[in-house]
Design a protein around this ligand. Structure first.
Ligand SMILES: Cc1cc2nc3c(=O)[nH]c(=O)nc-3n(C[C@H](O)[C@H](O)[C@H](O)COP(=O)(O)O)c2cc1C
Length: 207
């Protein structure tokens, strides 16, 4: 790890939190940001835990809500329906910052939140939800799971509607954030926790 000048946030909890929030906001908007594709871990399944890569669709620094889209029939949705707590892990190698964002998740399948996200989504993205069988179902052949006639093209608006019942928005509200900054002369780690009134408790940890 090569030496580099100290980051202004290195020894400042408020600035570290500000930096974390900014990276999440920018990660949702910028497809090239490493924060755009975090790992999302849930409790459930054969091993009691599972984790997978997802796309960060939005982050609201006021509500502290992370938004992803998922097929309502997936294992992750079943896990969250049973045990709502999950964690997102983000790492930006250029910034040398890892975030672990913990909190309860809500799933929206019908209703205004899912409708708005569906309305904003591209037809090509909607195609993922057009598979007749649930993601993770056994298949007797190598398959995309999609109806054969839409495999090689973007479906029309009308065709995508078959996927709407499978589309869900998942929101995780961060109640605890673990911050890790890797630095040549000593790493820094901090924990930020929010109570139900939204008050934030912050403290340094030994990395
Ligand atoms: C780069 C990348 C982005 C992905 N984005 C999503 C996503 O936004 N939502 C999603 O449900 N699955 C996404 N996936 C697929 C998941 O990693 C996973 O395979 C799928 O959701 C089924 O997981 P589950 O059975 O644990 O629910 C993505 C995979 C990759 C490699």
């Amino acid at each position: 790890m090569s030496p580099r000048p100290d980051a202004p946030f290195k020894d400042d909890l408020d600035l570290s939190l500000q930096r974390a929030m900014n990276m999440l906001v920018r990660g949702a908007k910028n497809r090239r940001s490493p924060f755009h594709t975090p790992i999302f871990a849930t409790q459930g399944g054969v091993f009691g835990v599972d984790a997978r890569t997802v796309v960060l669709r939005a982050f609201d620094p006021i509500t502290r809500q992370i938004r992803i889209h998922s097929d309502a029939r997936t294992h992750k949705n079943a896990h969250v329906a049973e045990k709502s707590n999950g964690v997102f892990v983000f790492y930006d190698p250029g910034a040398r910052i890892q975030l672990r964002a913990y909190g309860p998740c809500d799933i929206h399948i019908a209703g205004a939140i899912a409708d708005a996200a569906w309305a904003e989504s591209q037809h090509f993205s909607r195609r993922c939800y057009m598979a007749p069988d649930a993601p993770g179902s056994d298949a007797s052949n190598p398959t995309s799971g999609l109806p054969a006639d839409v495999e090689a093209r973007v479906p029309t608006e009308e065709e995508t509607l078959i996927g709407r019942p499978h589309f869900s928005v998942m929101l995780l509200t961060i109640t605890s954030l673990d911050w890790l900054f890797l630095a040549h002369d000593g790493h820094r780690r901090a924990r930020f926790t929010w109570n139900s009134d939204g008050a934030c408790d912050q403290n340094w940890l030994v990395p």
